[in-house]
Design a protein around this ligand. Structure first.
Ligand code: SF4
Ligand code: SF4
Length: 235
């Protein structure tokens, strides 16, 4: 596969890269470069060289997953490039080819798909309190279980309309709207991408001898959510 040609098929890539003069302004402005071993200028340079081997290394690397998608780079590039868009295209190609499962940060795509990705199809929300279960989300702290047990009373105090018809935060999303959302995912390739992430993650779980199930209650999910090699910081 010629990765550069694949990238060029992506509208985000075509819009994100005109010609880079290697000035480094994107890196200077980038908040992610402040904290991670990360240099958007270098990513653009590698892609621009059209070297298939180097682009493949990028698709397998940690670096394409450090971008926070803030788009600060878009506002400052003297050539009108948007490294953030180029990174979106690289991430998509990495997911389609299965390379994301080779890196620690890339493997976290599975966790995002299993939580935010599936939540939106089930409830219409990226995050819904009922899906943030205390056993899988210890980061919520010790009172979270109490909040869930007393959800009606608690959310009323925040003026939310939890799981009820009508307007307001956390209102119940009508089935017809959920069906519409499902068709958008189906028509735009979202479901296919979800299946790719699932399939490549299952293979990686087997390589790592970790259990993998259809639900997210499995060792691979726990691993990708909690493991930190500590090799990502710029310090
Ligand atoms: S700011 Fe634009 S021209 Fe400068 S290195 Fe970044 S992408 Fe290239
Ligand atoms: S979009 Fe990504 S590369 Fe661009 S400034 Fe934000 S974090 Fe950096």
């Amino acid at each position: 596969m010629n990765y550069y040609i694949e990238l060029e098929k992506d509208i985000r890539f075509r819009e994100g890269l005109n010609a880079c003069l290697n000035c480094g302004i994107c890196t200077a402005i980038c908040p992610a470069a402040e904290f991670y071993n990360y240099d958007p200028r270098l990513i653009i340079t590698i892609v621009q060289q059209k070297n298939n081997e180097k682009i493949e290394e990028l698709l397998q690397s940690e670096t394409i997953w450090y971008c926070g998608q803030c788009m600060s780079c878009k506002t400052r590039c003297p050539r009108g490039n948007t490294p953030g868009f180029v990174i979106q295209a690289l991430r998509y190609l990495s997911q389609k080819c299965g390379f994301f499962a080779d890196s620690e940060k890339g493997r976290q795509q599975y966790a995002i798909k299993k939580t935010v990705g599936e939540n939106i199809l089930k409830t219409g929300y990226c995050i819904h309190p009922d899906l943030v279960t205390p056993d899988m989300h210890p980061e919520q702290g010790p009172i979270w279980e109490w909040v869930l047990e007393n959800r009606t009373r608690v959310y009323e105090r925040f003026y939310a309309n939890l799981d009820k018809q009508g307007a307001g935060t956390l209102r119940k999303i009508h089935q017809k709207n959920l069906d519409e959302l499902a068709s958008i995912f189906s028509e735009t390739g979202g479901n296919e991408l979800y299946n790719d992430i699932e399939r490549f993650s299952e293979k990686q779980a087997s390589n790592m001898n970790l259990s993998f199930t259809e639900t997210f209650d499995n060792d691979y999910f726990r691993h990708v959510c909690t493991y930190n090699s500590g090799n990502h910081s710029s310090e």
